[in-house]
Design a protein around this ligand. Structure first.
Ligand code: COA
Length: 521
């Protein structure tokens, strides 16, 4: 398993930093934060975990996947900066990896983080992983080791539509569609959590380690007075030989993961078109040089044509309507041999740009070509002239086309994502298959300075500095990723690899015929 980002140390003088140095400094912060959230729970909990003969969640994933294959981890920053940082990665690791050559969604509880219990972001992450699996027909593997709901937070995680119950609803829905649901019980599976293995198609449980019960020993004692040990109530021997709640008995973590691999190997093969990796032409530009092209300061311009050259095979890009509506760049290319349409901002959206975008999105749908949206958008252009020209109705055409597009959409926020521009460029509410952010990227309804100006003009006399600071903090990629507004923060130099992998995942999807609503003329 190769994780895309590793920590690197760089020294900087206090002198003028080049754009590249400035970006590398941003990246160093990103990598340090990533290391922090990826290092599981506190030392004491990790030690206790190991003393029980258990592997850490990421080690389990490593053993489960084919050697030397990448693991696309999702939302590592979930819950970052919340709950006193006591829930690194929200206590659950999710991502896509390859087992016997087949892409699978992995959902692994981290028992070193508050017993693997669920806060709001843990649920969001688990449910989001299932949503991706459902859309892309990925077998789901649950490495279960969890005390269920984190009780102090129960009102925020238990009752609503996309809360804990959704996990089991999704399992039933996927099972009904023939998407395999496999559980490996490697620790506790209590209360609602018991339904993860119980709702699975096949379940493995580790001897003297895994337990499954709808009510644990303390609850049984309180409710009925019966005194029973965890093993006797719902241990591995009980469930594989008495109750039938689990199907396979494993000796330890490694043995359980091997059994899980065997199950995946035995699934019927789903054939899909695979690119010939040997013939893929790498871009003409070195991926690490991309940092030279990215200003950390969003007010500075970025040349998106140049960015595209780092992403596409042979750096080729067949531009569409190059001289019209130039603030939106559209065109066809191949990424890791997958044909794609690219829609990329080169500043704010004008009427012409919106019309061109709507046209191009329809073209991609006609040709069943996935679309990559590269967002760096301050919004739609404002002013009397543009309102009179009907910028709102032209913007609506682009939004109409994007909302009803049926081809896979993958969005990367490579700079700012502000205002309605976020919607038109396939923001989270427009259901892209995946959405990633670069570390310096920002997302909010408008820039902080504009917001301060608007608030002052409508009579809000709050302290401008406080407002700006708050906007700044709440628009960062980390704030977004902590709340699962995206699927993760990625190193810009990894963007091509991440796109290649997600395009491969999306190629499992059946694509229907597009049907649009009214395009206001
Ligand atoms: N809600 C809130 N906190 C919980 C919790 C829960 N459901 N389950 C565990 N925790 C916390 C513990 O208080 C402890 O916190 P601390 O590190 O701040 O002291 C931490 O998680 C680890 O728990 P601990 O019991 O020390 O670890 P363990 O590995 O020995 O046991 C469990 C883990 C999950 C088996 C055990 O804690 C347990 O049975 N929890 C209750 C499960 C339950 O009844 N859930 C019902 C809710 S659906």
């Amino acid at each position: 398993m190769t994780n895309f980002s590793q920590v690197q140390k760089t020294n900087y003088s206090e002198d003028f930093l080049s754009q590249e140095q400035e970006y590398r400094r941003e990246l160093e912060q990103f990598r340090n934060k990533l290391l922090l959230v990826s290092s599981h729970g506190p030392e004491k909990a990790r030690q206790k975990h190991r003393e029980r003969g258990k592997l850490l969640a990421r080690e389990r994933i490593h053993l489960l996947l084919d050697p030397e294959t990448p693991f696309l981890e999702l939302s590592a920053f979930a819950a970052y900066g919340q709950y006193n940082n006591e829930f690194p990665s929200a206590g659950i690791v999710t991502g896509i990896g390859v087992i016997h050559g087949r892409e699978c969604m992995i959902v692994a509880n981290d028992a070193t983080v508050k017993g693997g219990t669920y806060v709001r972001e843990t649920i969001k992450k688990h449910v989001r992983a299932q949503e991706i699996a459902l859309r892309n027909q990925l077998p789901c593997i649950y490495l279960v080791d969890s005390g269920g709901i984190y009780l102090p937070e129960q009102a925020r995680v238990f009752p609503d539509r996309f809360d804990f119950g959704r996990v089991f609803f999704n399992q039933a829905q996927m099972s009904a569609r023939g998407i395999p649901q496999i559980s490996v019980v490697m620790g506790s599976c209590t209360a609602g959590g018991a339904y993860v293995p119980a709702m699975s198609d096949e379940t493995i449980i580790v001897k003297n380690q895994g337990t499954i019960f709808v009510g644990g020993p303390p609850l049984v004692k309180a409710a009925t007075g019966e005194e029973v040990s965890a093993e006797e109530l719902g241990g591995a021997e009980v469930h594989t030989s008495v109750s039938g709640v689990a199907d396979h008995l494993a000796e330890n973590d490694a043995n359980a993961l091997q059994k899980c691999r065997d199950i995946i190997a035995s699934l019927p093969i789903k054939t899909k078109e695979r690119p010939d990796w040997k013939t893929i032409q790498e871009p003409k530009l070195q991926s690490e040089n991309i940092y030279k092209e990215i200003p950390v300061d969003l007010k500075k311009p970025m040349n998106v044509h140049q960015i595209i050259r780092y992403l596409t095979d042979n750096s080729d890009f067949q531009e569409f309507k190059a001289n019209y509506g130039k603030t939106l760049v559209t065109g066809f290319a191949q990424i890791m041999s997958y044909r794609v349409g690219i829609v990329a901002n080169q500043s704010f959206l004008t009427s012409e740009a919106a019309l061109k975008g709507a046209h191009f999105v329809q073209l991609c749908n006609q040709r069943k070509t996935p679309i990559i949206f590269l967002q760096n958008i301050s919004g739609f252009i404002v002013g009397k002239k543009y309102e009179h020209q009907g910028i709102a109705k032209d913007g609506a055409k682009l939004i109409q086309a994007v909302a009803n597009s049926v081809v896979p959409k993958i969005t990367v926020i490579i700079g700012g994502s502000f205002g309605a521009g976020n919607y038109a460029m396939a923001g989270r509410s427009f259901d892209p298959e995946f959405l990633f952010m670069w570390p310096h990227a920002k997302i909010s309804v408008m820039g902080g300075e504009q917001a301060a100006g608007v608030l002052q003009s409508i009579g809000n006399n709050g302290d401008t500095k406080t407002l700006l600071d708050e906007f700044e903090e709440k628009s960062t990629a980390y704030y977004s990723s902590s709340r699962l507004w995206d699927d993760g923060i990625i190193d810009p130099a990894d963007t091509r690899k991440v796109l290649g992998m997600t395009l491969s995942v999306c190629s499992n999807q059946p694509i229907g015929e597009p049907r649009y609503g009214v395009f206001r003329m």
